[in-house]
Design a protein around this ligand. Structure first.
Ligand SMILES: Cc1cc2nc3c(=O)[nH]c(=O)nc-3n(C[C@H](O)[C@H](O)[C@H](O)COP(=O)(O)O)c2cc1C
Length: 166
């Protein structure tokens, strides 16, 4: 084996998972950001975590209102998911700009993309500084699933998003 760095390891580990972090903006609308660095933490109690760059607008919103929904997007919105991963919601309405169809969940004021295989409704428990990212540790409130939607994965690092053929 040859010595490599961690960014290179994240390319070698492709396909990597793809989620959409859905947060509520100050005007009540939803912001969507693409995130690969997430994990299940605990089933009892149900907990998950994800890491986002310190500069992300999504991070600012979740630190403010403690609410977030993580979704596994469906294959129909692969291009939109890539776009949500290269634009900040700080001054752009990504849902309008990329024309993403949305749906609401019961008892949740954050909307999620219509094409979602899984939605994990969370409350932020705490966040920890981890180098150039914050790690957001969340308590899971509700989970929804639709097995008819095919999950997306990031290939070649994070440059291409597609489903896996079975
Ligand atoms: C496939 C893919 C995976 C990504 N994974 C992450 C991630 O795990 N953490 C992160 O901070 N940014 C990740 N990004 C980049 C963010 O989505 C990007 O910085 C986005 O503009 C943040 O939006 P926001 O400022 O509206 O929060 C990823 C982008 C793509 C395309």
């Amino acid at each position: 084996m040859k010595k490599i760095n961690l960014p290179m390891a994240s390319i070698y580990s492709s396909p990597n998972p793809v989620t959409i972090v859905c947060t509520q903006k100050t005007d009540g609308t939803t912001n969507l950001a693409t995130v690969s660095w997430w994990t299940y933490l605990s089933f009892n109690p149900s907990m998950i975590a994800y890491a986002m760059a310190k500069t992300s607008y999504s991070g600012e919103m979740v630190r403010q209102n403690k609410k977030v929904v993580l979704t596994i997007p469906g294959e129909q919105i692969a291009n939109e998911v890539l776009s949500c991963g290269s634009t900040t919601g700080r001054n752009t309405d990504k849902i309008k700009k990329f024309n993403i169809e949305m749906q609401s969940l019961e008892n949740c004021d954050i909307e999620i993309p219509l094409h979602s295989r899984v939605a994990i409704v969370c409350e932020l428990k705490e966040f920890i500084e981890v180098g150039d990212h914050y790690l957001y540790i969340c308590n899971v409130k509700d989970v929804y699933g639709n097995p008819n939607e095919k999950a997306l994965f990031a290939f070649n690092g994070y440059s291409q998003i597609k489903s896996i053929k079975d």
